[in-house]
Design a protein around this ligand. Sequence first.
Ligand SMILES: NC(=O)c1ccc[n+]([C@@H]2O[C@H](COP(=O)([O-])OP(=O)(O)OC[C@H]3O[C@@H](n4cnc5c(N)ncnc54)[C@H](OP(=O)(O)O)[C@@H]3O)[C@@H](O)[C@H]2O)c1
Length: 255
Amino acid sequence: MSRVSDPAGGNAGAPVLVLGAGSDIARAIAQLLAARGHPLQLAARNPAALDRDAADYATRHGVAVTTHAYDATDLARIEAFLDGLPALPRIVISAVGLMGDQEANAADPARAAEVIATNFTGPALTLEAAARRIAAAGGPGAVIGISSVAGDRGRAKNYVYGAAKAGFTAWLSGLRQKHARGPVLVMTVKPGFVATAMTEGMDLPAALTTTPEALAARIVAALDRGRPVHVDPLWRIVMGVIAHLPERIFMRTRF
Ligand SMILES: NC(=O)c1ccc[n+]([C@@H]2O[C@H](COP(=O)([O-])OP(=O)(O)OC[C@H]3O[C@@H](n4cnc5c(N)ncnc54)[C@H](OP(=O)(O)O)[C@@H]3O)[C@@H](O)[C@H]2O)c1
């Protein structure tokens, strides 16, 4: 398919919708795409909180930026949310996510449902609807879901979040196969540790932790190459080992 984010390919004007636009990873991606001349549609639960970023992208890069109210858990409003955008986005990125406290998530049905809707059902249904609309318009376009390596194997420390991400990863895989003949690229991003608000206060190993800016650059490069799945190369090895550990050995580990 043609490159959807390539100014040289004549696609600099393709509108980009960023879901969870206040996320540290999303902000780094938005900065890169605005620098290429893409108009931005920024969506978050509290759009007023996006005003400062919106003004920064607009003045720094001279692109049109709009902000929109979006709650990923409000599944019934997804189509209305897309209807309310100023133009059909050609690139849609979901950086929506919620980790929460594992024990509380596993004990409280309301919290479990919120984690699943935030990390899985909401972003999956939104990207599904966006891909359908882009395809109906003839493309080209891309929908990008930020999932997580946490979905590769359930671990005691975060299996509610991990299970939701596993569901999101599987949904994106199916959506990608559905659109395999184009014109919509369905991309899955599975980061390892990233130093953001979500991981603040956690004792993360420096060698396995990246920055939002470095991850954003890799995501945009993968988009340019039309790569459907992006996993940090080091994390591909780490999770390859963890995912294939025999069950009796895995049960004795504590990571
Ligand atoms: N940081 C990591 O180590 C890491 C690793 C693997 C994957 N990821 C994934 O990367 C993505 C970005 O996360 P991040 O690290 O940049 O963390 P972050 O800064 O905490 O971003 C998470 C974003 O999700 C938004 N959000 C939460 N609930 C929402 C809802 N119901 N509706 C709409 N938006 C909602 C938050 O918006 P509010 O401002 O409204 O709270 C926030 O902007 C997430 O999908 C996360 O799971 C992160």
